[in-house]
Design a protein around this ligand. Structure first.
Ligand code: 8YV
Length: 310
C-alpha cells in the first residue's frame, strides 16, 4: 500500500489509486489508530512541501521502504532517519526549475513595477483621475542569490537577460559560475545587491538565513524575493522592516506558517504575496506527478530510481 499524506494533485491521486492500494491520510478521522491498523501494509509514503515523513510517521510504519516526495524540497522528510533505516527517498528536481525561476523574475518585476497595484488602480477606475505614480526599473539591477543550485542558476540566467549583474552566496564558490561574483557571507551579499533572492534548500543551517542583519544590509531601497521556504526568513523581522520602511519591498511565495500570512503585510503596496505557487502550472505538476509515479514503479520493479536522494 501507498500512503498519500495530503491532497496535492488529482492526476497523481488517480494514478496512485489505479496502480497501488492507496490510503489517504487526510481522510482518516483517527490518524493514530489508522496507522496502528495499517502499519504492516504501508510500504510507501507520498508527501509534499506541506506534509512529508517525520520521525513519528517513520517509527509508526515499520514496513516503510520508500518516501516519494511531490516536491524538490526535502525539509519535511527526516532524511537521517530514512538513511539509518534503509528507507529510500526521491523528490522531483529539474522539472519544476523553469517555473520557480520564472516566478522569481515575475515577483521582481511585480514588486519593482508595482504590477499588482497598477492592476488594482485600473480596476477601481482611478486611471480616469490621473496617471499612476512612477515605479523602479528592473533591468540592470544587481541581483544577489542565496543558493546557486538548479533553481538559483536558472534565476541567474534569466536575470542576465535583463542585464542584471549577478552575485551569490553558497557554502562554497561554484566552479561553473565565473560570470557571477561570490560572497562568503549573506550579509556581504545583501550589502552588494538591490534584489536578494532566497533559492537554497531549507536545512537547520539555512533556517533564518535572512535575519535582521541581512535585512538591514539590504536596506530601504532593497527588495527581498523568497521562492524557497518561509523559515528561511525571520518573518517577524521582515514584517517590522517592511512596516517601518527599513526594507524597500518584498515578493514572497512562501511563509513561515502557511497558509497563514502576516496581516500587517496586506496593506503594503511594495509587497507582493503569493500562495506558494512556484511550481504550480498544469504542465509542471503533471511532470512532478509522473516522477513520483515513476520512482515508485521503478522501486517496486527493482529498477534504479529516477531521482534518488537517499
Ligand atoms: C510544491 C515545493 O509546492 O517542490 C517544492 O519543494 O515547494 C512545491 O513544488 C508542493 O510540494 C506541491 O504540493
Amino acid at each position: 500500500g501507498v500512503l498519500m499524506m495530503c491532497p496535492m494533485n488529482n492526476y497523481l491521486e488517480q494514478e496512485l489509486d489505479k496502480r497501488f492500494k492507496l490510503f489517504r491520510y487526510w481522510n482518516q478521522p483517527q490518524q493514530r489508530e489508522f496507522l496502528t491498523q495499517q502499519a504492516d501494509s504501508i510500504r510507501a509514503v507520498v508527501g509534499n512541501a506541506t506534509a512529508g515523513a517525520d520521525a513519528g510517521l517513520i517509527d509508526a510504519l515499520p514496513k516503510l521502504e520508500i518516501v516519494s516526495s511531490f516536491s524538490v524540497g526535502l525539509d519535511k522528510i527526516d532524511l537521517i532517519k530514512c538513511k539509518e533505516k534503509g528507507i529510500r527517498v526521491t523528490n522531483t528536481p529539474d522539472v519544476l526549475t523553469d517555473d520557480v525561476a520564472d516566478l522569481a523574475i515575475g515577483l521582481m518585476l511585480a514588486v519593482l513595477r508595482r504590477i499588482c497595484e497598477c492592476d488594482k488602480y485600473v480596476r477601481k477606475g482611478a486611471w480616469k483621475f490621473g496617471d499612476f505614480k512612477l515605479t523602479s526599473k528592473f533591468s540592470g539591477k544587481r541581483v544577489g542569490i542565496i543558493g546557486l543550485g538548479r533553481i538559483g542558476l536558472a534565476i541567474a540566467k534569466r536575470a542576465e537577460g535583463f542585464d542584471c549583474p549577478i552575485s551569490y552566496y553558497s557554502r562554497s564558490e561554484k566552479p561553473n559560475a565565473e560570470n557571477y561574483k561570490y560572497h562568503k557571507s549573506v550579509v556581504e551579499l545583501a550589502s552588494n545587491c538591490d534584489i536578494l533572492v532566497v533559492a537554497c534548500a531549507l536545512t537547520p543551517e539555512t533556517t533564518h538565513i535572512v535575519n535582521r542583519e541581512v535585512i538591514d544590509a539590504l536596506g530601504p531601497s532593497g527588495v527581498l524575493i523568497n521562492i524557497g521556504r518561509g523559515p528561511h526568513v525571520d518573518e517577524p523581522e521582515l514584517v517590522s522592516a517592511l512596516v517601518e520602511g527599513r526594507l524597500g519591498g518584498a515578493g514572497l511565495d512562501v511563509f513561515e506558517k502557511e497558509p497563514e500570512v502576516p496581516e500587517q503585510l496586506f496593506g503594503l503596496d511594495n509587497v507582493v504575496l503569493l500562495p506558494h505557487v512556484g511550481s504550480g502550472t498544469v504542465e509542471t505538476r503533471i511532470a512532478m506527478a509522473d516522477l513520483v509515479l515513476g520512482n515508485l514503479e521503478a522501486y517496486f520493479a527493482n529498477k534504479p530510481l529516477l531521482t534518488p536522494v537517499v
